[in-house]
Ligand binder design. Structure first.
Ligand code: ATP
Ligand code: MG
Length: 395
């Protein structure tokens, strides 16, 4: 019965003169999400509102699920369009609408009419009153409550007449493409996909880098990262994923540096390389899935030591999250099941039994001097052999 959706957006409504940029970005992202759905749609802006019109048959649940992945949408209202065939006919249609949408009639309601076209014979107040009466006649168990109704029946008089009453919550946030781009350090774990999702939610486009250490990390581990990027790209649009071969760098650190400092030194190199790629690809920041105290390499001391190699801002949206809170988001965005697949991670293979939890930056720098001979060459090779995979979700 529904033939369209009215798209509600909250924050982007208040951006003054830039408003149209935000709306255009939102329209573009909606179109991108709808490509995954069966049916054809027209997305249009009319009088400060965004509508999705179905031009063919479509699958309601699939369409709503995909609209729920578009940042910037605060609510999705399924709409019934009808031709203007007089007020009596409209009342019949609304009575039938209630029968279809609300099988349980023991509810309060109010009618909220709006006229975008002033030549309609009744004004808004009259529509509210007369239609309210018609509904009460049809369903005596229903009651009017103008202050806190269960159902708000919106009737918009435009060229056609729009009827809607349900609001399905959207993901909120800002449309992708309204806030620049950042480079996500994406591992196969639970945290980094969630971190990418959270920054993307603020309108940031995402590129990603994964440090791969074959043969210590398998092809399956790499495929898992590609799969995670695919899941995240449902929300973010296509992701340019850089796969960096990190094996020789890791082996070199393993050979030259104290083992309790391996993780920190390795993380410093990851950040350095990620920043290098980020600068070349016009990213404005790095994103990691770190959270204070989660593991030895994420104590305040360790984070300070890792951060010290970067000049770019490093965004750590999970910094104050407990694991359980991160898992909840991972489940919501459907990355959790993939993240917990048991494939090895390059960090866990080279991890020391007793990693430092309070690294001393001077000591770290001193030990990094042991790498001077070959590290620049190894980093250069790693960057030159960067494998770029463009990831996008198909369904
Ligand atoms: P995650 O669940 O995201 O893997 P984690 O709890 O395992 O995180 P660490 O392994 O210490 O934590 O990694 C911290 C962060 O460093 C990750 O969230 C991710 O952003 C980045 N990172 C770690 N390993 C890699 C990797 N192999 N490639 C790219 N980024 C990585
Ligand atoms: Mg990890």
């Amino acid at each position: 019965m529904f033939t369209a959706f009215l798209i509600k957006y909250a924050e982007i409504g208040v951006k003054g003169k830039n408003r149209y940029l935000f709306e255009d970005a939102l329209v573009q992202q909606i179109k991108y999400a709808l490509k995954r759905c069966e049916g054809e749609f027209k997305v249009h802006k009319t009088q400060g509102r965004i509508y999705v019109d179905a031009l063919t048959d479509f699958d309601f649940d699939e369409t709503v699920d995909n609209l729920k992945t578009v940042f910037g949408i605060s609510g999705i209202c399924p709409v019934v369009y009808v031709e203007d065939e007089g007020f009596e006919k409209l009342c019949d249609t609304v009575v039938k609408y209630i029968a279809d949408v609300y099988p349980e009639k023991n509810k309060t309601f109010k009618v909220m009419a709006r006229r975008a076209r002033k030549n309609y014979p009744l004004d808004s107040m009259e529509i509210n009153r007369e239609m309210g009466g018609a509904i009460l006649d049809a369903y005596p168990e229903m009651h009017v409550d103008v202050h806190n109704p269960d159902i708000v029946l919106n009737i918009e008089i435009r060229e056609k007449i729009y009827i809607y009453s349900e609001i399905i919550p959207g993901p909120g946030g800002m449309p992708i493409g309204t806030a620049g781009k950042a480079m996500l350090l994406l591992s196969g774990g639970i945290d980094s996909p969630v971190a990418g999702y959270m920054i993307a939610k603020r309108g940031v486009k995402i590129d990603a880098v994964y440090f791969h250490a074959p043969p210590y990390t398998s092809e399956r581990a790499k495929q898992k990262v590609v799969d995670l990027a695919k899941l995240v790209s449902r929300y973010t649009g296509p992701i340019y994923l850089h796969v960096i071969n990190f094996t020789d760098i890791q082996l070199y650190i393993y050979e030259k540096c104290p083992h309790e400092e391996l993780t920190i030194i390795m993380r410093r190199l990851m950040m350095k390389i990620a920043e290098h790629i980020a600068k070349e690809t016009e990213c404005l920041g790095l994103i990691t899935g770190e959270s204070i105290g989660q593991v030895a390499s994420q104590t305040m001391h360790s984070l300070a030591a890792t951060n010290e190699v970067c000049t770019m801002p490093v965004y750590r949206p999970l910094i104050g999250f407990d694991k359980q809170e991160i898992v909840e988001v991972a489940e919501k965005i459907n990355t959790y099941e993939t993240s917990i697949l048991p494939y090895e991670d390059c960090c866990t293979i080279f991890v020391a039994k007793h990693p430092v939890t309070k690294p001393n930056l001077n000591m770290i720098k001193k030990h990094e001097k042991n790498l001077e001979e070959k590290i620049d060459e190894l980093v250069k090779t790693a960057l030159e052999t960067d494998e770029l995979i463009i990831v996008q979700c198909d369904k």
